[in-house]
Write a protein that binds this ligand. Structure first.
Ligand code: CTP
Length: 215
């Protein structure tokens, strides 16, 4: 299969020295890219800024902002059989990036932010993607219900959900505990190293892709 994986945070510049971002490390996305490559698939990893080493045998496309990630996915998605959106894309970016360093003139500072495009949400609706589509959901409550809502709204075959209120798993951690939410059922994967979870997730996606091919 040809597989696209988005990973890591995005970084949204405010001025030449500052940016908005989030705590995503890219670990889950990189572990998935690695597991797909080890299973013999052709992988394109589109990643925001991350200190992680690019897994062997993976094509790497580094980006910085949500808009850059959007453009990269738009360009490459058409030839993919499966796509997994593990990136934590910043929901907002600065309405205007100051070309000079913002000075601390006042006691308060107002920033105007505008919405970034929803890359996963564009896959089916705007890019016409017909392959196996996998989204991620980071929730603090109603995990299954919210993930299923996301699955339906974004036209996914699978949403991999994790509870970000639990300490020691998910964001920036080597471990995760996920709930696989499919259209007709859900399946819990007990807490484990991201590197152990990834090959199991790969097998689920191989199964989904095979099912899709026979329909
Ligand atoms: N996603 C994306 N582009 C965005 C935002 C999110 O591709 N601009 C993808 C993420 O990679 C992830 C999924 O969409 O696969 C997360 O969906 P989202 O609706 O952003 O979920 P939350 O961040 O959990 O947001 P909310 O709390 O608003 O539901």
């Amino acid at each position: 299969m040809r597989v696209l994986v988005t990973a890591g945070p995005t970084r949204e510049a405010l001025d030449p020295v500052r940016y908005l971002s989030n705590r995503s490390s890219g670990k889950m996305g990189y572990a998935l890219a690695d597991a797909f490559a080890r299973a013999g698939h052709q992988v394109l990893l589109v990643s925001g800024p991350s200190v992680l080493e690019v897994p062997e045998g993976v094509d790497f496309l580094p980006v910085e902002t949500g808009l850059e990630m959007f453009e990269a996915v738009k360009r490459h998605l058409g030839r993919m059989d499966a796509a997994l959106f593990a990136a934590a894309v910043a929901d907002y970016r600065a309405a205007e990036i100051s070309d000079r360093k913002i000075k601390k003139d006042g006691e308060t500072l107002k920033l105007e932010l505008v919405r970034n495009p929803d890359i996963l949400g564009s896959a089916r609706a705007s890019f016409g993607f017909t392959g196996t589509l996998v989204g991620f959901a980071a929730e603090t409550e109603n995990l299954e219900h919210n993930a299923r809502e996301k699955l339906r709204r974004k036209g996914c075959d699978l949403v991999i959900a994790n509870d970000v209120s639990k300490p020691g798993i998910g964001f920036d951690s080597d471990r995760n505990e996920v709930l696989l939410v499919f259209p007709e059922h859900s399946e819990a994967m007990p807490e484990d190293e991201k590197h152990h979870l990834a090959p199991k997730i790969v097998r689920e996606i191989e199964r989904l892709a095979a099912e899709r091919a026979t329909h």
